[in-house]
Design a protein around this ligand. Sequence first.
Ligand SMILES: Nc1ncnc2c1ncn2[C@@H]1O[C@H](COP(=O)(O)OP(=O)(O)OP(=O)(O)O)[C@@H](O)[C@H]1O
Length: 316
Amino acid sequence: MSDPRPVLVVNPRAGGGRAGQSFPAMRRTIENALGPIEAVFTERAGHAIELARDAANGGASLIVAVGGDGTFNEVVNGVLAADPARREHVAVGIIGQGTGGDLLRVLGIEHRLDRYIAAIASGRTRKVDVGYARYTKHDGTRGERYFVNILSVGMGGLVDQYVANASRALGGKAAYFGASLRALARSREGRLRTSLSWAGETSEHRIASYMLAVCNGRYFGSGMKVAPMAEIDDGRFEVVSIGGPSKFAFAMTSQKIYQGEHLGKPGVVHLPCDKIFMDLENEDARSVFLIDLDGEPVGVLPLEIEVRPQAITLRC
Ligand SMILES: Nc1ncnc2c1ncn2[C@@H]1O[C@H](COP(=O)(O)OP(=O)(O)OP(=O)(O)O)[C@@H](O)[C@H]1O
């Protein structure tokens, strides 16, 4: 039996709506290179999870996310929600059309259509780890979701909320910068109680933090190199927390993240883990200490995360 057609899951709203506008022209280029494809379009947030799950259960062996980091995250969650007998035969590709582009930085993919197509056509695959997170949703019920790149708590989640409301026309860095200033004004220090496992040993840590990131990949926040040592396929997460005596000190240290020069600075904690539980000791921070999961605001603490080594196959 010949290979089924690649399924492209397209988020027309990604990149401030540019993905929807450019897809018809892009489709001709893609089909010239790859042959006939099947394109399905998201109609709402979360829809790419269902579309990717259904495509995987329906026999697709290659599912390509056309959108930003959020769309890619949803496609990965859809594949991991598919029938276990099916999902191991599915590879996930990417055609980046987003605003921030952190996943592209993590995977070292240049933002050019010909490069995306060449990577997909090459047939090269790569297995990467994902994080499995269980948290509290904003409506108080428990939620669960996989992440591929970074889950952060604290300021990152607040920034997400402001970015989601900002004009995406501003573009990546400008949108994040404006959102970061507003988030900084509202943020509070979280006094975190964490239980962290690494290589069979569990340890308890109290960490005072404005932002703590559990990193599979290296970049978040549109180019901030928060975990320069992170490898996406090594079965381990890097926990990086940034605190400080004041918001001003935190903001100064945060500026160093773009170059990855924050590690070793006062108030910065770095620990490896393959599993982590965390909750807040100070209730006054709970409503502003938000979870950012691959760039999406999903909920609040308490939170548990564990690594699922090599759980997804990428075609990139
Ligand atoms: N048809 C749709 N209408 C409205 N929102 C959608 C639709 N399809 C997907 N979404 C949501 O759009 C959000 C943004 O998508 P995505 O992250 O792919 O693009 P982006 O924000 O431009 O890129 P990046 O996250 O890389 O900056 C996601 O939360 C996703 O769930």
